[in-house]
Ligand binder design. Structure first.
Ligand code: IPM
Ligand code: MN
Length: 379
């Protein structure tokens, strides 16, 4: 159990709770979860994620406590603050972070993304971006002839380097002679820790035990070369995992034509960003695609992959399942297998038997009713 000396109020609430449980003879393990509802529909979907988490924990031997952080576009417009250093310090001390959405129509694109989302990824060294791509029964995929058994893999995207971390600049900006340079940073350590995580994940996962490296060795003769060499070297320590390599462009085709070949895919930051959008759409879209930003030695942040959908904000029509999926991933990451399994089963049941569509406004239920359905399906 990690106790943060910095927040005495939370600690004392937790102690009180532990004590009550102790008196009842059930000592529950308690997790401190930071909640960043964020912008647009973020707060609405996060509320349902919290509802589901609370419900599943009520009947498990774990407990969750939430601490909300007011980070997002509204506060930026109001106070000019993006993320304060003290918030970074507090977030680092939490067991996990649950994020709704970041993105505001009145803030110029790029500011919130870079200064909030990417800052959290970098400052907390969340170097793994884990994005499962699974088609649940009852969900439509745009891929003709493919069903749930065919689409079930995980993309492990390096989340702290590559094009996202490189320097660059303009020269003679705005003139006909303009030059724009954008560099990609790939460190041996950064590549290796990501590839090792992918091998370990593949070993633990109940899948085909196949790891695919996605890069572009035929053109990116420096960065992809490093990825390939490290991949081949690390593979030697995992004889139980079969390995293969695909260029990113070919992999995009195969994800659509033969997604059943994939088990775990490991790739760099930008390629991972791109291929996981294909992943999201083939698993049914942004209403169901969640991801985790993970520091395996520290904290982790779970989020819906989609945006803040401002046009749906406050209407109670947005699908909260994606946030409930993010909450489910969080439980699994924290090692709460039993609770994670029960929550996943409830999500799958709702998708298969209860709602008409994953799309906002077409579910046949409101946002909070869908949250209630999940709670009602918990075994
Ligand atoms: C994602 C998003 C972000 C990214 C943006 C919002 C900065 O597209 O999480 O995939 O490019 O990583
Ligand atoms: Mn993206």
């Amino acid at each position: 159990m990690r106790i943060r000396r910095s927040d005495e109020r939370l600690v004392s609430i937790r102690m009180a709770r532990c004590q009550t449980n102790w008196e009842r003879g059930v000592m529950k393990k308690t997790y401190q979860i930071a909640v960043i509802p964020g912008d647009g529909t973020g707060p609405e979907v996060v509320a349902e994620g919290i509802k589901a988490l609370t419900a599943v924990c009520r009947t498990s031997d774990v407990d969750v406590q939430f601490k909300t952080f007011d980070i997002g576009g509204d506060r930026y417009l109001r106070e000019g603050v993006l993320v304060a250093d003290d918030e970074i310090r507090q977030l680092k001390a939490m067991d996990a972070i649950f994020l709704g959405a970041i993105g505001h129509p009145e803030v110029r694109p790029g500011i919130l993304e870079r200064e909030i989302l990417l800052r959290l990824r970098f400052d907390l060294d969340l170097y793994i971006n884990l994005r499962p791509v699974a088609l649940f029964e009852g969900v439509d995929t745009p891929l003709k002839g493919k069903g749930p058994g065919d689409i079930d893999f995980v993309v492990i995207r390096e989340n702290s380097e590559g094009m996202y971390a490189g320097g660059g600049g303009f020269f003679k900006k705005g003139t006909p002679d303009e030059i724009a340079i954008q560099e990609s940073v790939n460190t041996r350590k950064g590549v290796e820790r990501c590839i090792r995580y992918a091998f370990d994940h593949c070993r633990k996962r109940d899948g085909k035990k196949r790891l695919t490296l996605c890069a572009k060795t035929n053109v990116l003769i420096y960065e992809s070369d490093l990825w390939r060499r490290v991949f081949d070297e690390v593979a030697k320590g995992y004889p139980d995992i079969s390995v293969n390599y695909q260029h990113v462009d070919a992999l995009c085709m195969w994800m659509i034509k033969n997604p059943e070949q994939f088990d775990v895919i490991v790739t760099g930051n930008l390629f991972g960003d791109i291929i996981t959008d294909i992943g999201a759409i083939i698993q049914g879209g942004l209403g169901i695609a969640a991801g985790g930003n993970i520091n395996p030695e520290g904290t982790a942040m779970f989020e819906p992959i989609g945006g803040s959908a401002p046009k749906y904000a406050g209407l109670g029509q947005i699908n909260p399942l994606v946030a409930i999926c993010a909450a489910q991933m969080m439980l699994a990451h924290l090692g709460e297998k039993e609770a994670a399994k029960r929550l996943l089963a409830a999500i799958k049941q709702v998708v298969k038997e209860k709602i008409a569509s994953l799309d906002a406004g077409k579910m046949g239920y409101s946002t909070s009713e869908v949250g209630d359905l999940v709670v009602g399906c918990l075994s």
